[in-house]
Structures are given as C-alpha cells and as structure tokens.
Design a protein around this ligand. Structure first.
Ligand code: NAD
Ligand code: IPM
Ligand code: MN
Length: 360
C-alpha cells in the first residue's frame, strides 16, 4: 500500500569528523534511529566522510560541490568534532567547521548549560541552586575572521597582527536573538565583553546592547566585563539566564560553563540561522587523548541531536532523547569522565534502547 503523504522527512547530514567525533556521533545516530523507529520523527540520515582522513586521502577539506549539497539538500547537519594531530595547523578543521558556520551564516552559536544532576558539578552551590543558562555566542566575526599578517617573519622584530571585527549588523542580530529568547522565559540577559581594554570592538557591543535592552524594558539586563563574569559563573552560576558575547569570549566561557555542569561530555550546542540551516555538535573537540579507548561520553552528542530535533519541531523525539540521557544519568549508566565505568557504546546502546522503549 502506498504510504500516506505526510510532512517530508527531516534530512540530516552526519559528519563525524575526527578523533572521538565519529565515536560519539555514532551513538547520537543510534538514538535518532531509535526515535524514528518508535515513530517519534521521520528522519533521513546521510553520512559524509569529511575530516582529517578524507583530507589526507583526497586533499578535500570542503569542496564547493559538497558545500552546495549540504546547503541545498539537507535541513540540518549533525557534527562530531574536528582536529587531528596529523594536520598540525588544523586547516581542514577551520575550512570545515568555521567554514560551515560562516558560509551557511549560522550566526547564533547557542550553548545551553544545564546541570542535569547536582553531583555532576564541582561547585558546592550546585546542590541548592539549579544551574540552567545559555550562552549566545556570535558565530561569524570577532577574532575568528582570520584577518591579519606577520611582519618581519623569522627576525627578532617579528610581529603578528590578528584583527578582530565587529559589525553593527552582526552584533545587533545576535543581541536581538538573545533578548527574544529571554523575554518569554523571564530570563536575565548579560553581555560579556571587555570594553575597558578593547574599546573599539566592545564599545560597539555595549552601545548596541544598550539600544536593544531599551526595546525590552521588561527584560532584566546587565553588562559585565568577562573576567569578573568568569568569577561570577563559578560563585553564583544560578543567577544567569542568557549570556550574549563575542566569538572568542563565547568559546572560552562555554568550556568553563561545561565544566560546572559535568564537563565536556555533557555540553551540546546549536549553530543556527533560524529557519535557514543549522549545525549541531557537542561543545567538546576530538579528544585525541582518549580516542579509541571507549571512554568518550556520547551524551553531549545525543543532547546536540535533541537540539536539532527540537529546532525542527520534533519535540516528542527531542524529549525522548533528553529523557533517556537523564534516565541513564540517574541509573549510573555513565562513562568514566562522570564517575561511571560504561563504555561509549554501552551508554549509547542504553540510551537508544530507552528511546525505543517509549519510556519518558
Ligand atoms: P577537547 O575538547 O577535544 O578535549 C579536552 C579534554 O576533554 C580532553 O582531556 C578530553 O579527553 C576531554 N573530553 C572531551 N570530550 C570528551 C567526551 N565526550 N567524553 C570524555 N572526555 C572528553 O579539547 P582539546 O584537547 O583542546 O582539542 C583537541 C582537538 O579538538 C584540537 O584539534 C581542537 O582544535 C579540536 N576541537 C574541535 C572542536 C569542534 O570540532 N567543535 C571543539 C574543540 C576543539
Ligand atoms: C568550538 C571549538 C572551535 C571554536 C575550534 C575547533 C575552532 O573550540 O566549537 O568551541 O573555537 O569555535
Ligand atoms: Mn571551543
């Protein structure tokens, strides 16, 4: 019998990448396939070989043809991690990951930091005050534009210049999205900057932030120097709702934030241009120190897949993946980074089994 016409399947390109990237992405795909088998979402997963092996074998980092395919034939990308000691300057990683962020104009890098079980945090305050905030990291500019030069190379007078760019357009759109996210949820918006030392770029950030804050009189907002904010993130993390910041500061703060909610194995992220495209990946990297040992925690990858599902209206499937991670945590099905003895594959199989079972 012909299948009844429904909404088209969600087309997901899967790029495992390097190191533990493919190991954790495999488990996220298992969870996605379980959600699809349970009838919670209609998904079509397609694997791409891109990463260091592919680059060393073919010379391709991200060809124009692959880029067009990813852009035009898929709704979203599920990404693992890139970075390999055999490519010391990381050119393939920059082309792939930073290239996709910029070329798909994925201007928001959302990094939710939620403490899913109090004992996962190294902070004493975690037992009494829930940690649950998001970093909105500007994802297309800042020091990441790669503009710069080396003068007098190889001489004692050598100077390296790296320029940092902030356009009103890019700052305005990320700050506005932070306020739009915060307003209906009653969250405070905090700007993290360094305007006292870097007045040009962060002066613009402060001006734009103040203008947009004035459009949202009902939303509590504040501007913080990033150094003091880093202290506050450790001392009173529960006070934060949304932290909006530049590319580099957001990179650093999101690893700091990951550590207070259980470490790299538990921090997901979404690189998005809402309604246009998205790339979903754990905050962590390729972890060459544990590759092949079965010690990689796949939960950040599973939670990234859940963000992907939620952004595409598959809430039931997203709930199932997140619920399965919480259930695994509660039952001690954990990798060694969070105090368990299960392997990457054992955690992934348990999560997929839980999703398939239909349990909440
Ligand atoms: P990393 O995040 O790869 O590793 C830092 C530490 O965290 C390591 O001790 C690692 O074992 C541990 N860790 C990371 N993920 C884990 C997981 N899922 N489970 C358990 N432990 C985990 O950072 P790094 O060592 O600075 O970088 C390694 C490579 O990854 C570099 O080439 C870097 O450029 C790249 N990188 C890529 C991404 C990305 O693709 N998004 C992000 C960060 C770093
Ligand atoms: C991240 C990573 C990347 C970044 C690297 C691999 C270029 O650290 O996604 O947090 O700095 O954005
Ligand atoms: Mn990072």
């Amino acid at each position: 019998m012909a299948r009844a016409a429904g909404p088209p399947a969600l087309r997901i390109a899967v790029i495992g990448g390097d190191g533990i990237g493919p190991e954790v992405t495999r488990e996220a795909c298992r969870a996605l396939n379980a959600a699809a088998s349970a009838g919670l979402a209609d998904l079509e997963l397609t694997a791409f070989p891109h990463g260091a092996d592919h680059y060393l074998a073919t010379g391709e980092t991200l060809s124009p043809a692959t880029f067009s395919t990813l852009r035009d034939d898929f709704d979203a990308i599920l990404f693992g991690a890139v970075g390999d000691p055999r490519v010391p300057d990381g050119e393939h990683a920059r082309d792939l990951l930073l290239g996709l962020r910029v070329r798909l104009d994925l201007f928001i890098n959302r990094r939710p930091l939620r403490l899913r079980a109090p004992e996962l945090s190294p902070l004493k305050s975690a037992a009494s005050a829930p940690i649950d905030f998001e970093i909105f990291r500007e994802n297309t500019e800042g020091l990441y534009v790669g503009v710069g030069r080396i003068e007098n190379a190889g001489t004692p007078e050598e100077v390296a210049v790296s320029e940092s760019v902030a356009s009103r357009f890019a700052v305005e759109r990320i700050v506005r999205r932070a306020f739009e996210h915060a307003a209906p949820r009653g969250l405070r918006v905090t700007l993290a900057d360094k305007a006292n030392a870097v007045p040009h770029m962060f002066g613009l950030w402060r001006r734009v932030f103040s203008e947009i804050a004035a459009e949202y009189p009902g939303v509590a907002s504040e501007m913080r120097y990033v150094d003091a904010l880093a202290m506050e993130m450790i001392r009173v993390p529960a006070r934060f709702g949304v932290i909006v910041t530049s590319n580099l500061l957001g990179d650093i703060l999101s690893d700091l934030g990951a550590e207070i909610v259980g470490g790299p194995g538990l921090a997901p992220s979404a690189n998005v241009n809402p309604g246009v495209h998205g790339l979903y990946e754990p905050v962590h990297g390729s972890a060459p120190d544990i590759v092949g040992t079965g010690r990689a925690n796949p939960m950040a990858a599973v939670l990234s897949a859940a963000l992907l599902l939620r952004d595409h209206g598959a809430d039931e499937a997203a709930d199932a993946l997140e619920g399965a991670v919480d259930a695994a945590l509660a039952r001690g099905v954990r990798t060694p980074d969070i105090g368990g003895s299960a392997t990457t594959a054992e955690v992934g199989a348990w999560i997929a089994g839980r999703v398939a079972s239909g349990a909440p």
